[in-house]
Design a protein around this ligand. Structure first.
Ligand SMILES: *Cc1c(COP(=O)(O)O)cnc(C)c1O
Length: 487
């Protein structure tokens, strides 16, 4: 260590090799034993930060000391998203090949803002997005870009939709312009909050996101959409964009995209499809119909970091109108001009961020390691697991499924005899969920459907087997018995 005090360079290669191997071994051991560790940490707010010093070290520390604190300080507060008993929100996987691809991209540390700043980053991104597009059954007319998250993808879709109006908003802004109509965005009452956040960010205003009612299976009602657009036009408002969802966040319902596309074509509105979760299922040939009608969308987002085993973050955004997106965002300062500008794609032209990580590597590793058939088998497997749980829920005298199960996510609740819909039943299910999660062996989350509190079970981790799913369901049933015994 004395030697290091005078050294002004990076970690020496030998040391990097030693600790790199050690860390990879640590990760491999972690995965091998993950089944025997709790999925949920047992910490209270502040527990982790109070084990950390107030100031950064003045003098460098050894890697031994740093790595020791992973087990001592960090792991006790880690919610294990890569755990086979993680069923909350959407269950995801940072797969082995994905982790290695991410590691390599960090090591190369390129900034793919321009083709020139790393030709491989730009060209691999183009190629893997074309591979993915074909796997999903989308037409070649879709052009792709990688953003960090679906929320950011949807924000870019809304920005392009607004640019398409040709109302000079890019140059003149929206404030203080009496001639500018109120701009309206339509989405279902089941849509993800990112649609609203995009509208807030872009200055449409929260109130101008019109929530179209959904039907009994939580799908947007196209006739209600058509009516809302008609009513808005009658008031002099300007409809801009419709966001349909393939796999909504609460129930994973699928909006009727073909009917919605018909309305958007007739009304000349931008159609954006949010397939953040459900879109990935289209890699399974017999599931490809979930994207029916999406070939008519102006843009679509799918998150490989949700159900295609790519480590977070990776969101694939496709549009048939890249030139509109470019018009919305391209701004080239002198120091970013290159001789190749007319022959290449410079991804910085298609979004708000300049610097871009080499994310394509991790998708490339994942697509090549598993192959299209390997990915399809895994997604099929998750859907089969979900069907077995659905059957158990339906066979149980007290439990009920609260929504159809088009993918691998279930919404259910307990409905004890004599308890009717209402706050008592909601509170009972909330207590049930809390008691199940307090075991720390499994992790479920919840949502509310038409005011009713329901428990959500999302199956999507590569390590999850029938054994994990059975065990998780048994814990719910057992916890229910204990709670109703105490009632
Ligand atoms: C998860 C999800 C999102 C948000 O995804 P991020 O990548 O975290 O922004 C958006 N829409 C739907 C339907 C989702 O399920």
């Amino acid at each position: 260590m004395a030697e290091r005090a005078t050294d002004t360079g990076d970690m020496p290669a030998d040391e990097f090799r030693t600790y790199g191997h050690q860390l990879i071994d640590w990760i491999a051991d972690h995965f091998e034993h993950i089944d025997h560790t709790p999925v949920l940490p047992a910490v209270k707010p502040g527990d982790i930060s109070k084990r950390l010093p107030e100031d950064a070290p003045g003098v460098g520390e050894s890697m031994d000391a740093i790595l020791a604190d992973i087990d001592r300080v960090i792991m006790p507060g880690v919610t294990q998203w890569n755990h086979p008993d993680f069923f909350a929100y959407f269950s995801i996987t940072g797969s082995g090949p994905g982790i290695l691809g991410d590691l390599l991209s960090t090591a190369l540390n390129v900034n793919g803002m321009l083709w020139k700043t790393c030709p491989s980053a730009t060209e691999l991104e183009q190629v893997v997005l074309a591979w993915l597009r074909r796997m999903l059954g989308l037409p070649d007319s879709f052009w792709g870009i990688v953003y960090d998250t679906a929320s950011v993808s949807t924000m870019h879709a809304l920005a392009a939709a607004r640019e398409q109006l040709e109302m000079q908003i890019r140059d003149r802004g929206m404030a203080g312009r009496a001639e500018l109509p109120v701009l309206r965005v339509y989405t279902s009452d089941q849509a993800h909050s990112s649609v609203e956040k995009a509208a807030i960010t872009l200055g449409f205003g929260h109130e101008n996101v019109v929530k179209i009612p959904s039907d009994e299976a939580f799908r947007m009602r196209p006739e209600a959409l058509a009516e809302a657009i008609r009513a808005d036009r009658a008031r002099g408002y300007q409809p801009v964009c419709v966001v349909a969802t393939v796999g909504t966040t609460s129930t994973t319902s699928i909006d009727p995209v073909p009917a919605i596309a018909g309305i958007c074509e007739a009304e000349e509105l931008w159609l954006h499809v949010d397939g953040a979760y459900g879109g990935s299922a289209a890699v399974v040939p017999e599931m490809q119909q979930v994207l029916a009608g999406c070939e008519r969308a102006d843009s679509l987002v799918v998150n490989p970091h949700k159900w295609l085993f790519v480590p977070i973050d990776f969101s694939a955004f496709y549009t048939r109108k890249p030139e509109v997106l470019k018009r919305a965002f391209s701004l080239i300062p002198e120091y970013l001009r290159t001789p190749e500008d007319t022959e290449v794609e410079n991804y910085m032209d298609y979004g708000i961020q300049l610097g871009r990580r080499f994310r394509a590597l991790k998708l490339w590793f994942v697509l090549r390691y598993f192959g299209r058939e390997g990915l399809a088998d895994r997604i099929r497997h998750h859907m089969n697991l979900a069907r077995t749980v659905a059957r158990k829920i339906e066979a149980h005298p007290t439990f009920q499924l609260m929504a159809p199960v088009p993918f691998s996510t279930l919404c259910f609740r307990a409905k004890p005899d004599g308890m009717e819909d209402g706050e008592e039943l909601n509170a009972f299910n909330e207590r049930l969920l809390t008691a199940v999660n307090e075991r720390r062996d499994v992790f479920f989350s919840h949502t509310r459907l038409r005011g009713q509190y329901v428990i959500r079970m999302a199956i999507g981790n590569l390590r999850t087997t029938a054994h994990h799913v059975d065990h998780a369901w048994d814990l719910v049933a057992k916890t229910y018995q204990e709670l109703s015994g105490n009632r």
